[in-house]
Design a binder for this molecule. Structure first.
Ligand SMILES: [Fe+2]
Length: 210
């Protein structure tokens, strides 16, 4: 039985491209060290898991579940995150790139600002480490909702992540220190609305193909 080996995806922009909102130092560490560690540890855990299946060692398979969940989630979440960011001022960061999504946001929250406030409040209310997501629900209703996931848990259950915001301290602390609210305020300048629209309309295969 062979096992897929995952690799760190290249960033779609330079390390300093999100400045001044996210510093080059954070991006280098976050992508080159943190995300790389999730990829490395996911590959190790999957390799061990395949070996444990081959020998029928169920206890070893169970012991590996948490490592697969944590590092696999970390790889999925960060891969989505890099692509749902873009340098401030580029076309991708203009909300007009997401016409269908904007209309759905207005239907759901009444206005874009009401959604932005609700999302920001949810991000700042997260205790410990985790992520905030705008998702499109599975099924015919396809409604939008704000979902928070703990640690590196990914969005599951068929919901489609439209964009996510990393609320781990490693995502902002070297630049913002304890100023989490300023990080959340500034992240809106670098959201990639083109990617968000593509995910909302189902034009992306990212959820299943990393
Ligand atoms: Fe992160």
């Amino acid at each position: 039985m062979s096992v897929t080996t995952f690799t760190l995806p290249a960033l779609p922009y330079a390390y300093d491209a999100l400045e001044p909102h996210i510093s080059a130092q954070i991006m280098e560490l976050h992508h080159g060290k943190h995300h790389q560690a999730y990829v490395t540890n996911l590959n190790k855990a999957l390799e061990s898991h395949v070996a444990a299946i081959a020998t029928g060692d169920v206890a070893a398979q169970i012991a590996l579940q948490q490592a697969i969940k944590f590092n696999g989630g970390g790889h999925i979440n960060h891969s989505l995150f890099w692509k749902n960011l873009a340098p401030a001022g580029t076309d991708e960061t203009k909300l007009e790139q997401a016409k269908e999504l904007s209309a759905a946001i207005e239907r759901t929250w009444g206005s874009f600002n009401a959604f932005k406030n609700a999302f920001s409040t949810a991000l700042l209310g997260l205790q410990g480490s985790g992520w905030g997501w705008l998702t499109r629900e599975a099924g015919n209703g396809a409604g939008l909702r704000i979902v928070m996931t703990k640690d590196q848990d990914p969005v599951v259950g068929g919901d489609v992540p439209i964009f996510g915001v990393d609320m781990w301290e490693h995502a902002y602390y070297p630049q913002y220190l304890n100023g989490k609210a300023a990080y959340v305020e500034n992240i809106w300048n670098v959201i990639n609305w083109k990617t968000a629209e593509d995910r909302f309309l189902g034009r992306s295969e990212e959820r299943t193909k990393l």
